[in-house]
Write a protein that binds this ligand. Structure first.
Ligand code: IPM
Ligand code: MG
Length: 357
């Protein structure tokens, strides 16, 4: 029986996760996966209960499970905590402990939501970008790091570090993904300034030449990539980049679609994966039943595709979500005049209804 660890987390995390679990039950009923769920508290709410955002027991459950499903972590309540016990540490801990080095963040525009984008219709219409972000290395984890006393003041240090195998494995994920799409990869670095990313460019190019000559590979400096994403996003298919650049570029790519409440993500190490919406815990609207569960539900679709080898079941969920939007149902974050405003639970129900058709 496939076991899924549920890390609902903080803020709207538990609300959107609850809807996703209902959708997974519905899809299970149709396909007979036999999913089992186990709760694994993480984030600020885990800190409140256990004094740590990533309790050993939760980590153990995540390690044992076939896939991890995460709602969201963080919130104003925990912002003054020491860095080492902030809710976000749970995310970073899970990523590194499970070696989830490949973060896939698709930015796709759902046609009925086109006017939610802040860019012109003709610029964003039909965009379908996959950001492949390296997730367990780079400046997020590099050593030395920290803040130390220095010449009467202080000195803060973080280190950008990548090894050849780390670069190769993420580039491979990008090339393989591109083969299933339009066969185009843009590798983003800052090779004109940072030696570490000069190595990045060399290794990506060497792997391409040796094993993926069929892929149309280009390279771009990160500042130019930001500009190009806004100027002409349709030139991109797969973008592969470092941890920090991927953090930044994926937010920019997300915003092209106008609705961060719609975007799913997968963090993978082979078929083991953690799935979560790209949006945060939105503490300002938590507990009101108005959050958009669709990014979370679409993350479940990615889980079916990548961890349970069931891309057709994943596609069913995506189709159901598209149909609900087509019919004019909107949560508050994507509401526009003339549409039907629905709650978090109603949105979940609507998706389930579509799945039953
Ligand atoms: C993300 C987030 C995280 C990151 C934070 C919450 C640690 O911004 O998943 O993009 O920086 O990776
Ligand atoms: Mg981010």
């Amino acid at each position: 029986m496939p076991l899924i660890a549920l890390c609902a987390g903080d803020g709207i995390g538990p609300e959107v996760t609850a809807e996703t679990v209902k959708v997974l039950w519905a899809i299970d009923k149709k396909h007979g996966f036999g999913f089992e769920f186990v709760d694994a508290p993480v984030g600020g709410s885990a800190y409140d209960l256990f004094g740590t955002p990533l309790p050993a027991d939760s980590l153990e459950k995540a390690k044992k499970a076939d896939a991890v499903f995460l709602g969201a972590v963080g919130g104003t309540k925990w912002e003054s905590l020491d860095y080492s016990v902030r809710p976000e540490r749970a995310l970073l801990g899970l990523r590194s402990e499970l070696d989830l080095f490949a973060n896939l963040r698709p930015a796709r525009l759902f046609a009925p939501l086109i006017d939610a984008s802040s860019l012109k219709r003709e610029v964003v219409e039909g965009i379908d970008i996959l950001v492949v972000r390296e997730l367990t290395g780079g400046i997020y984890f590099g050593k030395p790091r920290g803040v130390e006393e220095y010449e009467g003041g202080k000195r803060g240090v973080n280190s950008l570090v990548y090894t050849t195998p780390e670069i190769e494995r993420i580039a491979r994920v990008a090339f393989e993904s591109a083969r299933k799409r339009t066969g185009k990869v843009c590798s983003v670095d800052k090779a004109n300034v940072l030696e570490c990313t000069e190595l990045w460019r060399e290794v990506v190019t060497a792997l391409h030449d040796a094993e993926y000559p069929d892929i149309d590979l280009s390279h771009m400096y990160v500042d130019n990539a930001c500009m190009q994403l806004i100027r002409n996003p349709k030139q991109f298919d797969v973008i592969v980049t470092t941890n920090l650049f991927g953090d930044i570029l994926s937010d920019a790519a997300a915003m092209l679609t106008g609705s961060i409440g719609m975007l799913p993500s997968a963090s993978l190490s082979g078929t083991k994966g953690m799935y979560e919406p790209v949006h945060g815990s939105a503490p300002d609207i938590a507990g009101q039943g108005i959050a958009n569960p669709l990014a979370s539900i679409l993350s479940a679709a990615m889980m079916l595709t990548y961890s349970f080898d069931a891309p057709s079941a994943g596609a069913e969920i995506e189709k159901a979500v598209a149909a609900v939007l087509e019919k004019g149902y909107r949560s508050a974050d994507i509401y526009s005049e003339g549409c039907k405003r629905v709650s978090t639970a109603e949105m979940g129900e609507l998706v389930i209804e579509e799945l039953g058709k």
